[in-house]
Design a protein around this ligand. Structure first.
Ligand code: FAD
Length: 430
Protein backbone atom coordinates (compact mmCIF):
# COMPACT_ATOMS: atom_id res chain seq x y z
CA UNK A 1 0.00 0.00 0.00
CA UNK A 2 1.31 3.47 -0.79
CA UNK A 3 1.85 5.81 2.11
CA UNK A 4 0.48 9.37 2.14
CA UNK A 5 1.21 11.62 5.11
CA UNK A 6 -0.09 15.13 4.43
CA UNK A 7 1.00 15.55 0.83
CA UNK A 8 3.92 13.12 1.03
CA UNK A 9 3.47 10.06 -1.15
CA UNK A 10 5.63 7.01 -1.59
CA UNK A 11 5.35 3.75 -3.47
CA UNK A 12 5.27 0.27 -1.92
CA UNK A 13 9.01 -0.36 -1.99
CA UNK A 14 9.97 3.21 -1.01
CA UNK A 15 11.93 3.68 -4.26
CA UNK A 16 9.72 6.61 -5.37
CA UNK A 17 8.66 9.57 -3.25
CA UNK A 18 6.62 12.66 -4.17
CA UNK A 19 5.42 15.85 -2.56
CA UNK A 20 2.54 16.97 -4.78
CA UNK A 21 0.80 20.29 -4.24
CA UNK A 22 -2.49 18.39 -4.07
CA UNK A 23 -3.53 14.85 -3.13
CA UNK A 24 -7.02 14.49 -4.51
CA UNK A 25 -9.57 11.76 -3.63
CA UNK A 26 -12.72 12.71 -5.55
CA UNK A 27 -15.90 10.90 -4.64
CA UNK A 28 -17.95 11.65 -7.75
CA UNK A 29 -17.42 11.77 -11.48
CA UNK A 30 -18.16 15.53 -11.71
CA UNK A 31 -15.59 16.25 -8.99
CA UNK A 32 -13.01 14.10 -10.73
CA UNK A 33 -13.67 15.86 -14.01
CA UNK A 34 -13.34 19.27 -12.33
CA UNK A 35 -10.04 18.21 -10.71
CA UNK A 36 -8.62 17.20 -14.07
CA UNK A 37 -9.66 20.56 -15.54
CA UNK A 38 -8.40 22.82 -12.78
CA UNK A 39 -5.98 21.12 -10.33
CA UNK A 40 -2.27 21.95 -10.48
CA UNK A 41 -0.55 19.84 -13.14
CA UNK A 42 0.88 17.51 -13.98
CA UNK A 43 -1.89 15.20 -12.84
CA UNK A 44 -0.86 11.64 -12.19
CA UNK A 45 -3.42 9.01 -11.34
CA UNK A 46 -2.59 6.66 -8.50
CA UNK A 47 -3.70 3.12 -7.89
CA UNK A 48 -2.18 1.65 -4.73
CA UNK A 49 1.43 2.62 -5.52
CA UNK A 50 2.69 -0.90 -6.22
CA UNK A 51 4.72 0.18 -9.26
CA UNK A 52 8.47 0.46 -8.90
CA UNK A 53 8.81 3.12 -11.63
CA UNK A 54 7.90 6.81 -11.02
CA UNK A 55 4.66 6.56 -13.00
CA UNK A 56 2.62 8.16 -10.21
CA UNK A 57 5.17 10.79 -9.14
CA UNK A 58 3.98 14.38 -9.58
CA UNK A 59 4.81 17.82 -8.19
CA UNK A 60 1.31 18.93 -9.17
CA UNK A 61 -1.59 16.61 -8.35
CA UNK A 62 -1.79 12.95 -7.43
CA UNK A 63 -5.31 11.81 -8.11
CA UNK A 64 -6.50 8.68 -6.34
CA UNK A 65 -9.60 6.80 -7.44
CA UNK A 66 -9.90 4.92 -4.16
CA UNK A 67 -13.47 6.18 -3.74
CA UNK A 68 -14.44 4.64 -7.07
CA UNK A 69 -14.85 1.07 -5.93
CA UNK A 70 -17.32 -1.75 -6.27
CA UNK A 71 -19.21 -3.67 -8.94
CA UNK A 72 -21.70 -1.39 -10.69
CA UNK A 73 -23.67 -4.07 -12.57
CA UNK A 74 -23.24 -7.51 -14.04
CA UNK A 75 -24.57 -9.75 -16.78
CA UNK A 76 -24.91 -13.34 -15.64
CA UNK A 77 -25.42 -14.71 -19.16
CA UNK A 78 -22.39 -13.06 -20.69
CA UNK A 79 -20.35 -13.42 -17.46
CA UNK A 80 -19.41 -9.75 -17.68
CA UNK A 81 -19.19 -7.19 -14.87
CA UNK A 82 -19.00 -3.39 -14.84
CA UNK A 83 -16.38 -2.53 -12.24
CA UNK A 84 -15.16 0.76 -10.74
CA UNK A 85 -11.49 1.15 -11.58
CA UNK A 86 -10.37 2.02 -8.04
CA UNK A 87 -11.56 -1.35 -6.68
CA UNK A 88 -8.73 -3.30 -5.08
CA UNK A 89 -8.21 -6.62 -6.81
CA UNK A 90 -8.61 -8.58 -3.54
CA UNK A 91 -11.99 -6.95 -2.86
CA UNK A 92 -12.99 -7.43 -6.49
CA UNK A 93 -12.33 -11.17 -6.37
CA UNK A 94 -14.78 -11.53 -3.45
CA UNK A 95 -17.44 -9.42 -5.15
CA UNK A 96 -17.11 -11.36 -8.39
CA UNK A 97 -17.13 -14.74 -6.62
CA UNK A 98 -20.37 -13.72 -4.93
CA UNK A 99 -22.09 -13.16 -8.29
CA UNK A 100 -20.77 -16.39 -9.81
CA UNK A 101 -17.98 -14.80 -11.83
CA UNK A 102 -14.21 -15.27 -11.76
CA UNK A 103 -11.07 -13.60 -13.05
CA UNK A 104 -9.41 -16.05 -15.48
CA UNK A 105 -5.99 -15.40 -13.97
CA UNK A 106 -4.23 -13.23 -11.40
CA UNK A 107 -0.75 -11.97 -10.51
CA UNK A 108 1.26 -12.69 -7.37
CA UNK A 109 -0.58 -10.26 -5.12
CA UNK A 110 -4.10 -8.86 -4.99
CA UNK A 111 -3.41 -5.51 -3.35
CA UNK A 112 -3.40 -3.37 -6.53
CA UNK A 113 -6.34 -1.32 -7.77
CA UNK A 114 -7.86 -2.94 -10.84
CA UNK A 115 -7.21 0.32 -12.78
CA UNK A 116 -3.59 0.21 -11.62
CA UNK A 117 -3.26 -3.37 -12.85
CA UNK A 118 -4.60 -2.32 -16.25
CA UNK A 119 -2.27 0.70 -16.27
CA UNK A 120 0.95 -1.35 -16.48
CA UNK A 121 -0.24 -4.60 -18.15
CA UNK A 122 -0.18 -6.57 -14.91
CA UNK A 123 -0.19 -10.32 -15.54
CA UNK A 124 -0.01 -13.77 -13.98
CA UNK A 125 1.27 -16.92 -15.67
CA UNK A 126 -0.22 -19.26 -18.28
CA UNK A 127 0.59 -19.78 -21.93
CA UNK A 128 -3.07 -19.30 -22.90
CA UNK A 129 -3.82 -16.63 -20.28
CA UNK A 130 -3.52 -12.91 -21.03
CA UNK A 131 -2.81 -9.94 -18.78
CA UNK A 132 -5.76 -8.21 -17.00
CA UNK A 133 -6.32 -5.82 -19.92
CA UNK A 134 -7.28 -8.74 -22.19
CA UNK A 135 -10.52 -8.93 -20.20
CA UNK A 136 -11.57 -5.41 -21.25
CA UNK A 137 -14.90 -5.12 -23.07
CA UNK A 138 -15.63 -1.44 -22.46
CA UNK A 139 -14.28 1.51 -20.49
CA UNK A 140 -15.31 4.89 -19.18
CA UNK A 141 -12.42 7.35 -19.06
CA UNK A 142 -12.18 11.02 -18.18
CA UNK A 143 -9.84 12.69 -20.67
CA UNK A 144 -7.34 15.53 -20.21
CA UNK A 145 -10.05 18.13 -20.70
CA UNK A 146 -12.27 16.61 -18.05
CA UNK A 147 -14.66 15.08 -20.59
CA UNK A 148 -16.24 11.72 -19.72
CA UNK A 149 -15.82 9.34 -22.66
CA UNK A 150 -17.14 5.82 -23.26
CA UNK A 151 -15.47 3.24 -25.48
CA UNK A 152 -16.30 -0.39 -26.21
CA UNK A 153 -14.79 -3.25 -28.18
CA UNK A 154 -17.58 -3.40 -30.75
CA UNK A 155 -17.71 0.28 -31.72
CA UNK A 156 -14.19 1.51 -30.86
CA UNK A 157 -11.78 -1.39 -31.11
CA UNK A 158 -8.79 0.84 -32.05
CA UNK A 159 -9.33 3.10 -29.04
CA UNK A 160 -9.64 0.04 -26.78
CA UNK A 161 -6.39 -1.35 -28.21
CA UNK A 162 -4.68 2.02 -27.79
CA UNK A 163 -5.74 2.50 -24.16
CA UNK A 164 -5.87 -1.07 -22.82
CA UNK A 165 -2.48 -0.63 -21.13
CA UNK A 166 -2.55 3.12 -20.63
CA UNK A 167 0.07 4.11 -18.02
CA UNK A 168 -2.42 6.70 -16.79
CA UNK A 169 -1.37 8.78 -19.79
CA UNK A 170 -4.70 8.94 -21.66
CA UNK A 171 -7.07 9.83 -18.85
CA UNK A 172 -8.54 8.58 -15.59
CA UNK A 173 -10.22 5.22 -16.16
CA UNK A 174 -13.29 5.28 -13.93
CA UNK A 175 -15.25 2.15 -14.91
CA UNK A 176 -14.50 -0.92 -16.97
CA UNK A 177 -16.62 -3.78 -18.24
CA UNK A 178 -14.63 -6.98 -18.02
CA UNK A 179 -15.16 -10.44 -19.46
CA UNK A 180 -14.98 -12.99 -16.67
CA UNK A 181 -15.61 -16.73 -16.51
CA UNK A 182 -17.70 -18.91 -14.21
CA UNK A 183 -16.28 -19.66 -10.76
CA UNK A 184 -13.77 -22.50 -10.79
CA UNK A 185 -11.44 -24.41 -8.54
CA UNK A 186 -7.72 -24.87 -9.02
CA UNK A 187 -5.51 -27.81 -8.25
CA UNK A 188 -2.23 -26.24 -7.18
CA UNK A 189 1.01 -28.19 -6.96
CA UNK A 190 4.49 -27.11 -5.95
CA UNK A 191 7.61 -29.19 -6.27
CA UNK A 192 11.37 -28.73 -6.65
CA UNK A 193 13.59 -30.15 -9.35
CA UNK A 194 17.04 -29.31 -10.75
CA UNK A 195 16.81 -26.13 -12.80
CA UNK A 196 18.92 -27.62 -15.62
CA UNK A 197 16.20 -30.19 -16.34
CA UNK A 198 13.48 -27.53 -16.30
CA UNK A 199 15.45 -25.40 -18.75
CA UNK A 200 16.10 -28.38 -21.06
CA UNK A 201 12.33 -28.99 -21.41
CA UNK A 202 11.30 -25.36 -20.92
CA UNK A 203 8.85 -25.06 -23.83
CA UNK A 204 7.06 -28.33 -23.00
CA UNK A 205 6.87 -27.86 -19.26
CA UNK A 206 5.64 -24.25 -19.48
CA UNK A 207 2.82 -25.43 -21.77
CA UNK A 208 1.96 -28.55 -19.77
CA UNK A 209 -0.40 -26.81 -17.32
CA UNK A 210 -3.04 -24.09 -17.49
CA UNK A 211 -0.61 -22.09 -15.38
CA UNK A 212 3.08 -22.92 -14.98
CA UNK A 213 5.67 -20.77 -13.31
CA UNK A 214 8.85 -21.25 -11.34
CA UNK A 215 11.33 -19.52 -9.09
CA UNK A 216 15.06 -20.03 -9.25
CA UNK A 217 16.62 -19.66 -5.80
CA UNK A 218 20.16 -18.23 -6.25
CA UNK A 219 22.93 -20.74 -5.58
CA UNK A 220 20.51 -23.63 -5.15
CA UNK A 221 20.64 -25.24 -8.61
CA UNK A 222 16.93 -25.93 -8.00
CA UNK A 223 13.69 -24.64 -9.50
CA UNK A 224 10.65 -24.27 -7.27
CA UNK A 225 7.91 -25.11 -9.75
CA UNK A 226 4.23 -24.15 -9.41
CA UNK A 227 1.41 -25.48 -11.55
CA UNK A 228 -2.36 -24.85 -11.42
CA UNK A 229 -5.09 -26.64 -13.34
CA UNK A 230 -8.86 -26.43 -13.17
CA UNK A 231 -10.45 -29.28 -11.24
CA UNK A 232 -13.80 -30.50 -9.86
CA UNK A 233 -12.11 -32.00 -6.79
CA UNK A 234 -13.20 -30.72 -3.37
CA UNK A 235 -11.35 -27.87 -1.64
CA UNK A 236 -8.51 -28.87 0.69
CA UNK A 237 -6.40 -26.81 3.09
CA UNK A 238 -3.85 -24.40 1.64
CA UNK A 239 -0.52 -24.90 3.43
CA UNK A 240 0.71 -21.80 5.32
CA UNK A 241 3.29 -19.75 3.42
CA UNK A 242 6.84 -19.64 4.70
CA UNK A 243 8.13 -17.17 2.10
CA UNK A 244 9.08 -14.41 4.58
CA UNK A 245 11.05 -16.81 6.83
CA UNK A 246 12.76 -18.35 3.82
CA UNK A 247 13.89 -14.91 2.60
CA UNK A 248 15.29 -14.15 6.07
CA UNK A 249 17.31 -17.38 5.99
CA UNK A 250 18.57 -16.76 2.44
CA UNK A 251 19.70 -13.29 3.51
CA UNK A 252 21.62 -14.67 6.49
CA UNK A 253 23.31 -17.34 4.35
CA UNK A 254 24.27 -14.65 1.83
CA UNK A 255 25.83 -12.54 4.58
CA UNK A 256 27.72 -15.29 6.40
CA UNK A 257 28.71 -17.46 3.43
CA UNK A 258 29.44 -14.97 0.67
CA UNK A 259 33.12 -15.88 0.79
CA UNK A 260 32.32 -19.63 0.82
CA UNK A 261 30.11 -20.06 -2.24
CA UNK A 262 30.56 -23.84 -2.30
CA UNK A 263 29.15 -24.08 1.25
CA UNK A 264 26.29 -21.67 0.42
CA UNK A 265 25.47 -23.75 -2.68
CA UNK A 266 25.53 -27.00 -0.69
CA UNK A 267 23.34 -25.72 2.16
CA UNK A 268 20.78 -23.95 -0.02
CA UNK A 269 20.69 -26.67 -2.68
CA UNK A 270 20.05 -29.37 -0.07
CA UNK A 271 17.45 -27.32 1.83
CA UNK A 272 15.48 -26.42 -1.31
CA UNK A 273 15.61 -29.95 -2.71
CA UNK A 274 14.14 -31.19 0.60
CA UNK A 275 11.26 -28.71 0.68
CA UNK A 276 8.01 -30.65 1.04
CA UNK A 277 5.82 -30.63 -2.06
CA UNK A 278 2.55 -28.72 -1.91
CA UNK A 279 -0.64 -30.15 -3.32
CA UNK A 280 -4.03 -28.61 -2.62
CA UNK A 281 -7.32 -27.54 -4.19
CA UNK A 282 -8.78 -24.07 -3.69
CA UNK A 283 -11.39 -21.69 -5.05
CA UNK A 284 -9.64 -19.56 -7.72
CA UNK A 285 -9.60 -16.43 -5.54
CA UNK A 286 -7.73 -18.23 -2.74
CA UNK A 287 -4.94 -19.68 -4.86
CA UNK A 288 -3.16 -17.13 -7.06
CA UNK A 289 -2.10 -14.38 -4.66
CA UNK A 290 0.30 -14.41 -1.71
CA UNK A 291 1.36 -11.93 0.96
CA UNK A 292 4.61 -10.08 0.22
CA UNK A 293 5.88 -8.56 3.45
CA UNK A 294 9.61 -8.30 2.76
CA UNK A 295 10.29 -5.17 0.69
CA UNK A 296 12.19 -5.50 -2.57
CA UNK A 297 12.73 -3.69 -5.85
CA UNK A 298 12.08 -5.49 -9.09
CA UNK A 299 12.88 -5.50 -12.80
CA UNK A 300 10.90 -7.70 -15.17
CA UNK A 301 11.35 -8.13 -18.90
CA UNK A 302 8.94 -9.86 -21.24
CA UNK A 303 10.81 -11.86 -23.87
CA UNK A 304 9.72 -13.85 -26.89
CA UNK A 305 8.64 -17.20 -25.39
CA UNK A 306 11.30 -19.15 -27.33
CA UNK A 307 14.09 -17.02 -25.80
CA UNK A 308 13.06 -17.81 -22.20
CA UNK A 309 15.42 -20.68 -21.35
CA UNK A 310 18.43 -19.15 -23.13
CA UNK A 311 18.04 -15.83 -21.33
CA UNK A 312 17.41 -17.40 -17.93
CA UNK A 313 20.65 -19.40 -18.18
CA UNK A 314 22.52 -16.12 -18.76
CA UNK A 315 20.78 -14.32 -15.90
CA UNK A 316 21.58 -17.13 -13.43
CA UNK A 317 25.24 -17.06 -14.53
CA UNK A 318 25.32 -13.27 -14.19
CA UNK A 319 23.87 -13.34 -10.67
CA UNK A 320 26.05 -16.17 -9.36
CA UNK A 321 29.32 -14.96 -10.92
CA UNK A 322 29.07 -11.17 -10.60
CA UNK A 323 26.38 -10.35 -8.02
CA UNK A 324 26.67 -13.00 -5.27
CA UNK A 325 25.15 -10.62 -2.70
CA UNK A 326 21.74 -11.12 -4.39
CA UNK A 327 19.59 -13.63 -2.53
CA UNK A 328 16.07 -12.91 -3.86
CA UNK A 329 14.68 -15.54 -6.25
CA UNK A 330 14.27 -15.07 -10.00
CA UNK A 331 10.66 -15.57 -11.10
CA UNK A 332 9.76 -17.06 -14.48
CA UNK A 333 6.28 -16.87 -16.00
CA UNK A 334 4.60 -17.13 -19.41
CA UNK A 335 1.87 -14.90 -20.86
CA UNK A 336 -0.43 -15.17 -23.90
CA UNK A 337 -0.16 -12.70 -26.80
CA UNK A 338 -2.68 -9.87 -27.25
CA UNK A 339 -3.52 -6.94 -29.55
CA UNK A 340 -3.18 -4.00 -27.17
CA UNK A 341 -0.73 -1.49 -28.69
CA UNK A 342 1.29 -0.67 -25.56
CA UNK A 343 1.06 -4.17 -24.12
CA UNK A 344 4.49 -5.80 -23.73
CA UNK A 345 2.72 -8.99 -24.88
CA UNK A 346 1.62 -7.32 -28.14
CA UNK A 347 1.35 -10.07 -30.77
CA UNK A 348 3.76 -12.40 -29.05
CA UNK A 349 3.64 -15.25 -26.57
CA UNK A 350 6.04 -14.20 -23.84
CA UNK A 351 8.31 -15.52 -21.15
CA UNK A 352 8.57 -13.00 -18.32
CA UNK A 353 11.70 -13.06 -16.20
CA UNK A 354 11.58 -11.02 -13.00
CA UNK A 355 14.63 -10.27 -10.87
CA UNK A 356 14.35 -8.92 -7.35
CA UNK A 357 16.65 -7.05 -5.02
CA UNK A 358 16.57 -6.21 -1.31
CA UNK A 359 14.93 -2.76 -1.08
CA UNK A 360 17.60 -1.62 1.44
CA UNK A 361 20.41 -2.09 -1.09
CA UNK A 362 21.20 -0.47 -4.48
CA UNK A 363 19.77 -2.70 -7.24
CA UNK A 364 21.15 -0.77 -10.21
CA UNK A 365 24.47 -2.53 -10.93
CA UNK A 366 22.69 -5.93 -11.08
CA UNK A 367 19.60 -4.59 -12.86
CA UNK A 368 21.63 -2.71 -15.50
CA UNK A 369 23.77 -5.77 -16.27
CA UNK A 370 20.65 -7.96 -16.54
CA UNK A 371 18.88 -5.35 -18.65
CA UNK A 372 21.64 -5.59 -21.29
CA UNK A 373 20.93 -9.33 -21.57
CA UNK A 374 17.14 -8.85 -21.70
CA UNK A 375 17.48 -6.17 -24.37
CA UNK A 376 19.83 -8.26 -26.52
CA UNK A 377 17.02 -10.83 -26.76
CA UNK A 378 14.19 -8.49 -27.74
CA UNK A 379 12.83 -7.95 -24.21
CA UNK A 380 10.15 -5.38 -23.47
CA UNK A 381 10.16 -4.03 -19.89
CA UNK A 382 7.21 -4.32 -17.53
CA UNK A 383 5.86 -0.75 -17.36
CA UNK A 384 5.58 -0.82 -13.59
CA UNK A 385 8.96 -2.40 -12.77
CA UNK A 386 12.41 -0.80 -12.84
CA UNK A 387 13.99 -0.27 -16.25
CA UNK A 388 16.13 2.40 -17.89
CA UNK A 389 14.43 2.83 -21.28
CA UNK A 390 12.99 6.01 -22.75
CA UNK A 391 10.84 6.72 -25.82
CA UNK A 392 13.92 6.41 -28.03
CA UNK A 393 14.26 2.68 -27.31
CA UNK A 394 10.63 1.91 -26.44
CA UNK A 395 9.22 3.24 -29.73
CA UNK A 396 11.23 0.58 -31.58
CA UNK A 397 9.76 -2.21 -29.43
CA UNK A 398 6.10 -1.39 -30.14
CA UNK A 399 4.95 -1.58 -33.80
CA UNK A 400 1.85 0.60 -33.08
CA UNK A 401 3.75 3.14 -30.95
CA UNK A 402 3.01 6.21 -33.11
CA UNK A 403 -0.67 5.24 -33.43
CA UNK A 404 -0.91 4.97 -29.64
CA UNK A 405 0.76 8.38 -29.24
CA UNK A 406 -1.73 9.92 -31.71
CA UNK A 407 -4.65 8.62 -29.61
CA UNK A 408 -2.90 9.95 -26.49
CA UNK A 409 -2.61 13.44 -28.01
CA UNK A 410 -6.31 13.34 -28.87
CA UNK A 411 -7.21 12.32 -25.30
CA UNK A 412 -4.82 14.77 -23.64
CA UNK A 413 -4.04 17.66 -26.01
CA UNK A 414 -2.74 19.90 -23.22
CA UNK A 415 -0.49 17.21 -21.69
CA UNK A 416 -2.25 17.39 -18.32
CA UNK A 417 -1.11 13.82 -17.54
CA UNK A 418 2.50 14.30 -18.63
CA UNK A 419 5.01 14.53 -15.78
CA UNK A 420 8.75 14.84 -16.52
CA UNK A 421 9.02 11.02 -16.25
CA UNK A 422 6.11 10.45 -18.65
CA UNK A 423 7.62 12.99 -21.07
CA UNK A 424 10.84 10.95 -21.21
CA UNK A 425 9.00 7.66 -21.39
CA UNK A 426 6.63 8.66 -24.18
CA UNK A 427 8.78 11.25 -25.98
CA UNK A 428 6.50 14.22 -25.29
CA UNK A 429 7.99 17.73 -25.57
CA UNK A 430 6.75 19.76 -22.63
C1 FAD B 1 4.73 -7.05 -4.15
C2 FAD B 1 4.39 -6.80 -5.60
C3 FAD B 1 3.96 -7.84 -6.39
C4 FAD B 1 3.66 -7.63 -7.74
N1 FAD B 1 3.25 -8.69 -8.51
C5 FAD B 1 2.98 -8.50 -9.83
C6 FAD B 1 2.57 -9.58 -10.66
O1 FAD B 1 2.39 -10.71 -10.21
N2 FAD B 1 2.38 -9.32 -11.97
C7 FAD B 1 2.59 -8.09 -12.52
O2 FAD B 1 2.43 -7.93 -13.74
N3 FAD B 1 2.94 -7.04 -11.75
C8 FAD B 1 3.13 -7.22 -10.43
N4 FAD B 1 3.49 -6.16 -9.65
C9 FAD B 1 3.48 -4.81 -10.25
C10 FAD B 1 2.10 -4.18 -10.09
O3 FAD B 1 1.08 -5.09 -10.34
C11 FAD B 1 1.92 -3.04 -11.10
O4 FAD B 1 2.95 -2.11 -10.96
C12 FAD B 1 0.55 -2.37 -10.96
O5 FAD B 1 0.42 -1.42 -11.97
C13 FAD B 1 0.37 -1.72 -9.61
O6 FAD B 1 -0.98 -1.37 -9.43
P1 FAD B 1 -1.37 -0.15 -8.50
O7 FAD B 1 -2.82 -0.18 -8.27
O8 FAD B 1 -0.49 -0.09 -7.34
O9 FAD B 1 -1.07 1.06 -9.51
P2 FAD B 1 -0.01 2.24 -9.38
O10 FAD B 1 1.33 1.67 -9.25
O11 FAD B 1 -0.46 3.21 -8.38
O12 FAD B 1 -0.19 2.87 -10.86
C14 FAD B 1 0.24 2.13 -11.98
C15 FAD B 1 -0.11 2.87 -13.27
O13 FAD B 1 -1.52 2.80 -13.50
C16 FAD B 1 -2.05 4.11 -13.64
N5 FAD B 1 -3.39 4.10 -13.07
C17 FAD B 1 -3.78 3.64 -11.86
N6 FAD B 1 -5.12 3.74 -11.73
C18 FAD B 1 -5.58 4.28 -12.89
C19 FAD B 1 -6.85 4.66 -13.37
N7 FAD B 1 -7.95 4.47 -12.66
N8 FAD B 1 -6.94 5.22 -14.60
C20 FAD B 1 -5.85 5.39 -15.37
N9 FAD B 1 -4.61 5.05 -14.97
C21 FAD B 1 -4.48 4.51 -13.74
C22 FAD B 1 -1.09 5.03 -12.91
O14 FAD B 1 -1.15 6.35 -13.38
C23 FAD B 1 0.24 4.36 -13.26
O15 FAD B 1 0.67 4.76 -14.52
C24 FAD B 1 3.78 -6.34 -8.30
C25 FAD B 1 4.19 -5.26 -7.50
C26 FAD B 1 4.50 -5.49 -6.15
C27 FAD B 1 4.96 -4.34 -5.30
Amino acid sequence: MNIAIGNDWQNWSGSVTAQPQLMSHPTQLEQLSETIKSAPGPIRIAGTGHSFTPLVKSQGTILSLDNFNGVVSHDGDKLQARVEAGTKIGALTKLLHGIGQALPNMGDIDKQAFGGGLGTATHGSGITLGAYHTQLVAMQIVDGQGKVREFDRTSNSDAMDAMGASLGAFGAVTEVTIQNMANYRLHRRRWTEPVGGVLDRFETIMKAHRSSEFYYIPFSGQALFLSSDITDAPVTTRPPTEDDDALGTLRKLRTYLQRFPWMRRKLIGTAIARLPNEDYVGEWLNVYASERNVKFNEMEYHLPFEEGARVLRQIIKLLEERFPHVYFPIEVRVVAPDNVWLSPFYKRASCSIAIHHDAREDPQPYFKAAEAIFRAHGGRPHWGKMHNLTAKELSGLYPRWSDAMAVRRDMDPENRFVSPYLAQLLGVDL
